[in-house]
Design a protein around this ligand. Structure first.
Ligand code: DOR
Ligand code: ZN
Ligand code: ZN
Length: 340
């Protein structure tokens, strides 16, 4: 329920390869899909390169110019999701609406609610709004929770997905809001349940392993454990959203150049299913995998369940380091499951 195919040559490279095991996906266009025309164009581009029958659930990005009219036109053009990456939070998010401006966009959220659209949010706050100081990456998701609670309680009927959750506080927040009757859910990637901050950064906060670097950044072990528990919980508000985000090796290597940071984003699509199966198996919860992976997400989105099946086998394989110059998550390591 969350993937980046990009556009142009990158899409041509990764889309056929990363969509093959899926009947559909929610491809996020970041800043280049913001209105109805973009939705039509991007959908067409995806369908040209995907396998027959592949169903992309289209989105637009909430940007400063977004109005209720744009939301409605985009819905009529096929968009079902309004994606919000607060400005400056992550890759390609510079035109995103700031968390502080959330209330200005209430008419936009009201329109999304009335159309039954999903609001899909990258919950991270970069600035401490009282002091104006930058918040360290480890605490940015937690700092955004107050905005999530405000939005969900002001719009209890609005379907809100907290994307790629990374903290025990966020796991709890989704659980509580859901318990209060809010229409909320969370997606969980394949990589956050197996990474912690020390797999990405050194003690001074420098990225030492760019290939494990994504935003929100992996947190502490207690957070990782809470996410794993949520993943195998069998609760319908926790479901799969891989957030596979391909970047060419050059952009992932930028920390090697002085003063630059590598691009955030992990190209995980080639390993997501085996990686998740490993996690479910280690948690003794393989019976919960299908609901998490293929049922709860489509149910929340209100789309038909896939009638196709996918066969996996327990057989060890070594993940290639890269695909067409894009480093792959877990490259060079062994995984114990594979797609048959
Ligand atoms: O690490 C990330 N990469 N997080 C995001 O939210 C965006 C993504 C990307 O597009 O590369
Ligand atoms: Zn995101
Ligand atoms: Zn994403």
């Amino acid at each position: 329920m969350h993937i980046h195919f990009r556009t142009g040559p990158m899409l041509i490279n990764v889309l056929p390869f990363t969509s093959i095991a899926f009947q559909g996906a929610v491809p996020f266009g970041n800043t280049f899909v913001t209105e109805a025309d973009d939705v039509v164009r991007y959908r067409r581009e995806i369908l040209v390169h995907a396998h027959k029958g592949f169903n992309p659930i289209m989105s637009i990005m909430l940007v400063n110019k977004t109005t209720p009219e744009i939301v409605e036109e985009s819905f009529l053009a096929g968009a079902r999701v309004l994606k919000w990456i607060p400005g400056g939070t992550s890759t390609n998010s510079k035109d995103g609406v700031s968390l502080l401006d959330m209330k200005k966009y209430y008419p936009v959220f009201a329109k999304a609610e009335s159309l039954g659209m999903i609001v899909s949010v990258h919950w991270e706050a970069i600035l401490n709004f009282a002091s104006g100081k930058e918040i360290p990456m480890l605490y940015r998701e937690e700092a955004a929770i107050q905005f999530f609670v405000q939005l969900a309680t002001d719009f209890p009927g609005l379907k809100i997905v907290a994307e790629h959750i990374t903290t025990k506080e966020m796991v709890k927040t989704v659980e509580i809001l859901y318990g209060m009757g809010c229409n909320v859910a969370a997606t969980i990637t394949s990589h956050h349940p197996v990474l912690t901050y020390s797999d990405v950064c050194d003690a001074d906060g420098n990225v030492i392993n760019p290939l494990n670097y994504c935003l929100p950044i992996a947190k502490l072990d207690q957070d990782r454990l809470a996410i794993r528990k949520a993943m195998v919980s069998g609760k319908p508000y926790n479901f799969y959203g891989g957030d596979s985000a391909p970047h060419p090796i050059f952009w992932k290597s930028l920390k090697l150049l002085k003063g630059k940071s590598p691009r955030a984003g992990i190209f995980s699509a080639p390993v997501e299913i085996p990686q998740q199966l490993e996690t479910f198996e280690k948690e003794g919860a393989l019976d919960k995998f299908e609901d998490f992976h293929s049922v709860f997400g489509p149910q929340f989105y209100g789309i038909p369940l896939s009638q196709e099946t996918l066969t996996v086998k327990k057989e060890t394989w070594r993940v290639p380091y890269e695909y067409e110059g894009i480093p792959i998550f877990r490259g060079g390591e062994e995984l114990s499951w594979q797609i048959a």
